[in-house]
Ligand binder design. Structure first.
Ligand code: UDP
Ligand code: MG
Length: 332
């Protein structure tokens, strides 16, 4: 630890950190993740950089395997661990939110990460140093995507570019590996959306933020819980939750088709006047198809947004908590 870092630690009262880790059918990796994180915590506690009251909170997102049993074992073994079990599987984003909302009441700074050890645990120290120097949000940004398959790399990077094009503010190549201060989390809790896309919401909170770059590794064990279908629905959700450009685009297409139809009308009137009306059924057929397609597309896009409104108006809870172990928790 360098001098600058030491003086930062002295300046603030000792920080309580909580790492929040959503887990869905992750029995193959929980023990290893726990082992590595305890090593990191022991080092940081030894350096008095974080308080011994700090926690590592595993969120069991309705796993069907032994994940929850393994989490309970870790909590019994070491007081650094805590566990939260949701009543059923609600997906990565909701599981993460459930963990963050509990962690914000017990920690000064909260770090979210995946359990599969793809996120480099050695960055945790850098995250905390940045927090101590005054940043409320520290985004972990991947420096390279060498460990991803070609397909995942291309689709993921195109997704970030598309989001940018659509005017959605997200941090390029940042997944959900980040640190947030207590007040940033309080800000997050003000967002009452049911359609949760945390990467889009968090930059909206504001407060000073910075990035730390890291190399994302391969999954330690097990398989990705984001198959293509889930990835597409995640991307689609991200776009429609934050951008109304698709609706505008459809209206624009409608406008252009209307202009084209006026030109076509003029053209057919002139053709009629000149007596060349027999031919032309091909173009007619084509335009019927083109317009029909456009209309369906437009109705579909509008429907997507209406669907969103429908889900939001129901105000359903994002998750329901079954059990919390290893920390004091009062149901609000
Ligand atoms: N996850 C979850 N609920 C789900 C799907 C995933 O809590 O329904 C967790 C998963 O256990 C992991 C994190 O979310 O800790 C990210 O998932 P994964 O590593 O499979 O995604 P990838 O890195 O392949 O995009
Ligand atoms: Mg992963």
């Amino acid at each position: 630890m360098n001098n600058e870092c030491e003086s930062l630690i002295e300046r603030k009262s000792i920080t309580t950190v909580c790492i929040v880790i959503p887990c869905y059918n992750e029995a193959a990796v929980i023990e290893e993740a726990a082992k590595q994180l305890v090593m990191v915590y022991n080092k940081l506690i030894g350096q008095s950089m974080i308080s011994p009251e700090s926690k590592i909170l595993f969120v069991n997102d309705g796993s069907l395997d032994q994940s929850w049993t393994l989490i309970k074992q870790q909590v019994d073994k070491n007081r650094l661990f805590a566990g939260l079990s949701l009543a059923r599987n609600k997906g990565h984003q909701n599981a993460l939110l459930a963990g963050l909302m509990i962690a914000k009441d017990i920690a000064d700074a909260v770090i979210s990460m995946d359990v599969d050890l793809q996120d480099d645990v050695s960055c945790i120290e850098q995250f905390i140093v940045k927090y101590l120097s005054g940043y409320d949000i520290v985004y972990g940004v991947r420096s390279a995507r060498d460990t991803d398959s070609f397909f995942k790399r291309v689709t993921a990077e195109s997704f970030y570019k598309l989001m940018k094009f659509l005017g959605v503010e997200i941090v390029f190549n940042h997944a959900d590996y980040r640190l947030m201060s207590k007040r940033a989390l309080a800000g997050l809790s003000e967002f009452k959306e049911v359609n949760l896309f945390l990467r889009g919401i968090i930059p909206q909170i504001g407060y000073p933020s910075t990035t730390v770059s890291y190399e994302r590794k391969e999954r330690f064990a097990g398989e990705s819980k984001y198959p293509l279908k889930k990835m597409l629905s995640f991307a689609f959700n991200g776009i429609t939750s934050f951008s109304i450009k698709p609706i505008r685009f459809v209206s624009m297409l409608g406008g252009i088709s209307f202009l084209v139809s006026i030109i076509m009308l003029t053209y057919s009137m002139i053709s009629y006047a000149l007596g060349n009306t027999v031919s032309g059924w091909t173009s007619l057929g084509v335009s019927i198809w083109a317009l029909g397609g456009l209309q369906l597309l437009a109705v579909g896009v509008v429907g997507e947004y209406i669907g969103k409104v429908y889900l939001e108006t129901k105000r359903r809870p994002n998750y329901i908590i079954d059990q919390v172990i290893g920390l004091k928790y009062e149901k609000k």
